[in-house]
Write a protein that binds this ligand. Structure first.
Ligand SMILES: [Zn+2]
Length: 626
């Protein structure tokens, strides 16, 4: 359950007054923390259905409802897979990360995802924040050195980095698992766990010798994690259950690797070692904090991040929501809260908070299930895939956003099929919503040229009933988005659309052609246009691009749904420049019914959505390999 006061029932800041206005609203600081896409290739629509669109719908709604939202993320750029691919492509890991960072930034921009800051993990700011957390936890005793078995090449005697060791996965039996990870089952491994380990350089069997690494002492944080999980309310039950189960068997976890690409270990004797780096998953989760700090430093108020993070003072009532696919739950419901607790000095070893102070644990981990494609798992190598970029070249962003919200993997694995995409686009977006807008705006423009006034005879019961349905939508739809039930929320918004279509068929304003009937025709169109304006606001978090167009068709000016921009920025601490996504989201519509003004000129009608030809289904299926 969301809300400044953790009780069951609807938090009072959701409640709209009966007239659809915001009423007395309690503003909160809300962190929307969005999973970091890995920069080893372009992202496909399965990825953005898990982390991208749901987080943006939530952030947009919360801003419209008057909250102070900070939405941050970036590309995750360290680790073995990027190093391996860079080696294969004959470029440096940084060059590879640069390439896909740019691709991903452009794709997320194309989808209209309203990040306050979308950055990357290769900034100097990120390195400094990661090292600060590492040092703080080390001082408090939650990071401990441990002697483990590391691989060396018997012929040269040198350390063999994880990525150069290959063997059979002990968990799933996949025969080309790498030393740190199995790409088939996704489990993290240690080289010594591999069955029949071989060097990828020369095929020899590596020799395992004692070497030192650092471990996160998760057992020392288990109790504080359990207490925290016990206070969570309103989480999706599978996420909470899964997270609790993980606590039953917590082991110390290695957070450094034999690898050259990553954040250096910030301890004397380790800082300058070229062969040991902080493990990618440890650095990536800290990105939520480092990106918030980077955003604050760029905003001109370097302490502004504290409003969302400080457990004492400015951020003590802040809320934080983490959005991801289900394969990432462990990092957000166990590892990340463990790091935050250890840094704050709150595990069984106690300790003192580091210089950033005590930090907030997540309010909620909002995890999506998986999207499949035509009944199969997305797979870039097997070409069962459509990348965001290719999708946006052929279709509109809102068509995809609509599909994800209405039919995405919110709480069950769901299948994307082109036939269903076509049906949803043509029957629901075009015939349901787009047509309603078009018919009413065209009829009003043709007969009145402006938004017609309400006839002095007043409103009928049917008029009042429809207006009430739309106003009620602000409470129901807003409440559902706030509780991460977006599928139901967009369903409720589309019910308003369906009611308006039914009203129009029943009232049949096109039959009121006589001059004497024209005032009533004007009233019907006024009511319909008011409801279109309300429905458009209800749909704005889901369909921001078309919401702006509908706003303009109704004669509105200015920004209705603010959009992100790509900016090339300098690294704040002297590193290379890079592109970020950011934007000014203080402008735009509020979550309330705004009365349309009679007499306001209407724009020339034009279709808001594109009807798709059924032939696209066969064309797209032909692009998938069989
Ligand atoms: Zn495996």
């Amino acid at each position: 359950m969301v809300g400044p006061v953790r009780r069951s029932g609807t938090p009072h800041w959701f409640a709209n007054a009966p007239d659809g206005s915001l009423g007395s609203l309690l503003m909160s600081h809300v962190l929307a923390a969005v999973a970091w896409p890995y920069a080893n290739g372009p992202r496909h629509i399965g990825h953005v259905s898990g982390f991208g669109v749901p987080s943006d719908v939530f952030a947009r709604y919360m801003r419209m409802a008057g909250h102070d939202v900070l939405m941050v993320s970036g590309t995750d750029e360290h680790g073995t897979p990027i190093q391996v691919q860079a080696d294969a492509d004959g470029v440096t890991p940084r060059e590879l990360a640069d390439r896909y960072n740019r691709v991903i930034v452009e794709d997320l921009h194309g989808l209209g995802l309203s990040y306050d800051l979308f950055t990357r993990t290769t900034t100097r700011n990120h390195y400094a924040v990661v090292q600060e957390l590492f040092e703080g936890m080390y001082r408090n005793g939650y990071i401990v050195p441990k002697t483990t078995m590391g691989a060396i090449s018997p012929s040269t005697g040198r350390t063999l980095p994880d990525r150069y060791i290959e063997g059979t996965c002990p968990i799933c039996g996949y025969d080309s698992a790498r030393g740190d990870q199995c790409d088939n089952c996704g489990n993290q491994l240690d080289p010594i766990d591999l069955i029949n380990p071989k060097s990828r350089i020369n095929g020899e069997t590596p020799k395992f010798v004692e070497t030192e690494h650092f471990f996160l002492d998760l057992p020392a944080l288990a109790e504080v994690l359990r207490q925290w999980l016990d206070t969570r309310e309103g989480w999706r039950p599978n996420v909470l259950r899964f997270s609790r189960n993980l606590l039953d068997d917590l082991q110390p976890r290695a957070i450094t690797r034999d690898l050259e690409w990553g954040v250096p270990i910030p301890l004397d004797g380790w800082r300058d070692r070229p062969d040991k780096r902080i493990y990618v998953w440890f650095d990536a989760v800290i990105g939520y904090l480092s990106a918030s700090i980077e955003w604050a430093r760029r905003s001109g108020d370097p302490d502004a991040w504290r409003k969302y993070w400080s457990a004492d003072g400015a951020g003590k009532d802040a809320q934080s929501y983490y959005f991801m696919g289900k394969d990432n739950i462990v990092f957000h419901s166990v590892i990340w809260p463990a790091l935050l607790s250890g840094y704050s000095g709150e595990g069984s070893r106690d300790g003192e908070p580091g210089e950033l102070g005590r930090l907030n644990l997540p309010t909620e981990v909002v995890s999506s299930e998986y999207l499949t494609m035509e009944g199969r798992k997305f797979s870039s190598s097997r070409k069962v895939v459509i990348y965001v970029r290719d999708f946006l070249e052929r279709y509109d962003a809102d068509a995809l956003r609509y599909f994800i919200a209405a039919a995405g993997p919110e709480s069950n694995d769901t299948d994307f099929t082109w036939a269903e995409f076509l049906r949803r686009n043509n029957d629901e977006l075009v015939a349901g919503w787009g047509n309603l807008v078009n018919r009413c705006v065209s009829m009003a423009a043709k007969n009145f040229g402006v938004i017609p006034p309400v006839d002095p005879a007043g409103l009928t019961e049917a008029d009042e009933a429809l207006l009430a349905v739309a106003r009620t939508g602000f409470t129901t739809v807003g409440d559902l988005i706030g509780r991460h039930r977006q599928k139901q929320a967009i369903g409720e918004a589309m019910k308003v659309v369906a009611e308006a279509n039914r009203y129009l068929s029943e009232q049949a304003p096109w039959k009121l052609k006589d001059e004497a009937d024209k005032p009533r025709m004007g009233t019907i169109l006024h009511v319909a246009l008011q409801v279109i304006s309300d429905a458009n606001t209800l749909l704005t978090p889901f369909l921001p691009h078309s919401a702006q167009q509908v706003h303009e068709l109704l004669g509105g000016t200015g920004v209705h749904a603010p959009m992100p921009v790509i900016e090339q920025v300098d690294d704040l601490d002297g590193g290379p420049a890079y592109p970020v996504l950011t934007g000014d989201y203080t402008v735009g519509a509020r979550w309330e019914s705004v009365s349309i003004e009679a007499g306001r000129p209407l724009a020339a009608p034009k279709p808001v959505f594109r009807k798709l030809d059924p032939s696209i289904v066969d064309e797209e299926l032909a692009r998938l390999a069989d």
